[in-house]
Design a protein around this ligand. Structure first.
Ligand code: 26W
Length: 800
């Protein structure tokens, strides 16, 4: 029987493969109630998960204990999304038990990876914002900072995507259909959350209420030295069951309270760039924010008592405006419920709150109708009005308002109610100051700071690319895992042929694995010798997947025009979901699939160009694709991508970037060296200027016959003979308004892609460039980002 008592500070090396084997069999028998002869892969995976979870729990308790003993300042990360992915492999890697687990499973006659990959992704997010939150939680634990993540335990995460005739089809996601091994229900942590009703003299009498029930998931850090808690709220009815209705035979009526309540945490809204504006979305935002604040104040009062000390011991970060109601809610709790004068309550709240902005897209900035707001949260609307009045009284000359006729602007509210506001890349933060928050920045010149995003090197290098990770560790030891900027110590190895060939071999083997998986999973044969050119991210016009496919069409046409020329064979791999209501984006998906069908079937070009759109992009697919990529497509219209984080993962894993000077591309290029980055396109300023030119798209098309020919092929049904006009609207857009300047950036994009072709033909040269990307990308660790927040925003310290 294995020993349970371990000190949180160190992972006991006493836990052997035998112990792991015994632990797995223990849980198979006593937790899953299965004997080995009848166990399914699911049973083995759960048994292994529980065995690993046991190892995490001890450290988790010790971390909690230590945080209380230290009386440390706590960080609370409020986010509507946590794009976690799988947790089993992450736990095994962070606890350094992966080898033991694989040996134990093999000894039990099982295929370790079949068991480990049986886990569904926790897809509780749309894209960048949600995944960043997950990376941040892992880094907070790896750094030993007392922190909680707070969010919603959606019953259904982001929809599953499949293709029917090349079109995206959405299917419900069902991660909770199976038992979720990593969560603990906390019946003692439940809060009543009110909605509607009336606000009357500094009080509120909600008309309806639901219960927020807590589910805790331990988030373990590197080497298991610390573990924090992700607390997700599920909505439950105040009255579980309406017996009277039931007795009257109204069975549906009897179940309604349950169904209505659960609706709030039923599903994640799949939109990631257009504000939703729906009542249920506002209910979701208030539900989790109010439950989280109630829980935060309960813990604070238990530890520290006097609420006036709140900012000293609590730092709350708002992940975009989605939890912005936290400002008014905190004022309500401090003023209405605890009698602290309004202005003081406002100052206390401001000193406690930080706000991160993740997008400048006007359509993504939340502006709630004050009608809906007033009906759902009447007291909060009153408080927002007082906050607005107070701000205007302090800055009478300013025209900044939180309220406008008919709307409540959540961006302005978040800015006014936070003591620090940050952007997520240097360029984005500057654009925040010169565009959306220009006036507020002038009023509060020291409030905006930059915290360039980062990614956790445990999941995105050590766990997903073991070949490269072990090569690095061989050369510089493994301290890089907890201190990624140590990768720079590899610089001198880049000149060493042995290192370079091992580096190239790791990439080649990763590509072979990916090709085998794509063949097995999708029946498409890819030659790993071809360049793997990859664009994986949500579908959006500003991310310009349509620029990428236009270049592919032009390349296809060029190869057909000169088949014997010396082309650099490449595969264009796409993956990404479109918001269900975003029809233009869905049409881009269909176009890519239609083009792929024609190009992949073309005997003239098939061994020189292939196009693949992999369905159901998620965290796990990204972990499979990124280590096997040669070229990273980061081609957004400059000024539109706040940061990007995929770009960082690719650079770390030795994929070269073709990209614009947008978001964090700018900082990646600065750090890896412009000679190791394929730059193209207009800058953010040039974009603004170009838009002012009448017929800018037509002008671009007129001077580039390749572009004209590619658009013509899309227009004339080359890829949809059965419905030639299918993409007329896309061509009409790109030759007309073309707001995202696809046509105007095409020529330079083509030029850069041809430079990529030439560079790829010099295999050693390419490998050197790729290795330099890895070696010089250590700064893009989310550990570095979190250290920035700790210093500039939270004033929090690690406890270990
Ligand atoms: C209200 C609907 C909605 C939902 C999510 C609007 C906007 C969002 C997010 C802010 C969109 C998002 O994920 N933004 C991305 O955030 C990443 C993390 O900072 C950045 O790296 C990406 O550039 C940014 O697009």
């Amino acid at each position: 029987m294995y020993s349970s008592k371990v000190d949180a500070m160190t992972v006991s090396t006493t836990f052997t493969t035998q112990d792991m084997r015994a632990a797995i069999l223990h849980h198979l028998t006593y937790t899953m109630g299965k004997d080995a002869d009848h166990a399914t892969t699911y049973d083995w995976r759960m048994a292994l998960s529980f065995a690993v979870r046991d190892r995490i729990v001890d450290g988790w308790f010790a971390s909690t204990r230590k945080s209380y003993e230290a009386g440390a300042k706590r960080v609370y990360y409020l986010s509507m999304e946590f794009l976690i992915g799988r947790l089993l492999q992450d736990g095994l890697v962070n606890l350094r038990l992966l080898d033991d687990a694989c040996e134990a499973l093999t000894a039990l006659g099982l295929d370790p990876w079949q068991v480990i990959s049986n886990e569904p992704d926790a897809a509780l997010g749309n894209g960048g914002l949600g995944r960043l939150a997950a990376c941040f939680l892992e880094s907070l634990s790896s750094l030993g900072v007392p922190a909680h993540g707070y969010g919603i335990r959606y019953e259904h995460g982001l929809f599953r995507q499949s293709f029917v005739d090349g079109r995206q089809v959405e299917l419900p996601e069902t991660w909770l259909q199976q038992h979720h091994a990593w969560e603990f229900e906390r019946p003692e942590a439940r809060y009543r959350i009110g909605f509607g009703g009336d606000a009357r003299d500094a009080g509120w009498d909600p008309a309806e209420a639901v219960i927020a029930a807590a589910y805790d998931t331990p988030i373990v850090g590197w080497q298991g030295r610390w573990a924090n808690t992700l607390r997700l709220w599920a909505a439950k009815p105040v009255e579980a069951f309406d017996l009277d209705s039931f007795n009257r035979g109204d069975f549906v009526g009897a179940a309604t309270p349950e169904a209505m309540a659960r609706t709030i945490s039923r599903v994640l809204y799949p939109d990631d760039t257009t504000e939703i504006g729906k009542e249920l979305r506002l209910k979701q935002e208030y539900f989790f924010t109010a439950a989280s604040l109630a829980d935060i104040l309960r813990r604070f009062e238990m530890e520290h008592g006097d609420l006036r000390k709140l900012p000293e011991k609590v730092a709350i970060q708002l992940n975009d405006t989605h939890p912005a109601i936290a400002g008014p809610e905190l004022v309500r709790l401090l003023h209405d419920d605890n009698g602290i004068p309004f202005d003081e309550a406002m100052d206390l709240a401001r000193s406690t709150l930080g706000y991160t902005n993740h997008t400048l897209l006007p359509e993504a900035l939340e502006r709630w109708s004050d009608h809906l707001f007033g009906r759902l949260l009447p007291r909060h609307l009153e408080i927002i009005d007082r906050i607005d009045q107070a701000h205007r009284a302090t800055y009478p000359s300013s025209s900044v308002t939180i309220r406008e006729p008919g709307v409540v602007k959540m961006g302005e509210l978040s800015f006014v109610m936070a003591h620090r506001v940050n952007g997520v890349s240097a360029l984005h933060t500057e654009l925040m100051k010169s565009t959306v928050f220009k006036e507020l920045n002038a009023l509060h010149p020291d409030r905006i700071v930059n915290e360039t995003n980062g990614v956790t090197p445990r999941r995105w290098l050590l766990s997903s690319n073991p070949r490269l990770a072990s090569l690095i560790t061989e050369r510089i030891g493994e301290d890089w895992v907890g201190d990624l900027e140590q990768l720079s110590r590899l610089e001198e190895h880049v000149g060493d042929a042995g290192f370079l060939s091992a580096y190239a071999e790791a990439k080649r083997a990763n590509k072979a694995d990916l090709a085998a998986w794509i063949e097995a999973e999708h029946g498409i044969a890819l030659d790993p010798a071809m360049m793997f050119d990859v664009q994986i991210k949500r579908l959006h016009e500003y991310k310009r997947q349509h620029l990428n496919i236009l270049e592919a069409i032009a390349l296809w046409q060029a190869i057909r025009a000169a088949p014997d020329a010396d082309w650099t064979p490449r595969v264009k791999i796409f993956a990404g979901k479109a918001a269900p209501g975003y029809h233009f984006a869905k049409d881009i998906i269909r176009l890519i699939n239609d083009v792929a069908e024609v190009v992949n079937a073309d005997p003239v070009t098939r061994d020189k160009l292939k196009i693949v759109f992999l369905p159901n992009y998620n965290v796990t697919l990204a972990e499979r694709l990124i280590p096997a990529s040669d070229l990273s497509e980061q081609i957004s219209t400059a000024g539109k991508e706040a940061s990007g984080t995929g770009n960082m993962k690719f650079a770390l894993n030795g994929a070269l970037t073709i990209g614009t000077l947008d978001g964090a591309n700018v900082e990646i290029r600065e750090r890896v060296g412009e000679e190791n980055f394929f730059l193209f396109g207009m800058t953010a300023d040039e974009v603004v200027a170009r838009r002012k030119i009448k017929d800018h798209a037509a002008k671009a098309i007129a001077v580039d016959p390749r572009l004209a020919a590619a658009l013509a092929a899309v227009r004339d049904g080359t890829f949809c003979a059965e419905e030639p006009d299918r993409y007329a609207h896309i061509v009409q857009n790109l030759s007309g308004p073309d707001y995202f300047l696809v046509s105007s950036d095409f020529t330079d994009y083509w030029r850069a892609q041809r430079e990529v072709d030439a560079a790829y033909r010099d295999a050693d040269g390419w490998t050197r460039m790729a290795a330099r990307n890895t070696v010089r990308s250590g700064w893009f660790s989310s550990d570095r980002t979190i250290r920035g927040y700790m210093a500039d925003v939270w004033g929090a310290e690690p406890v270990i």
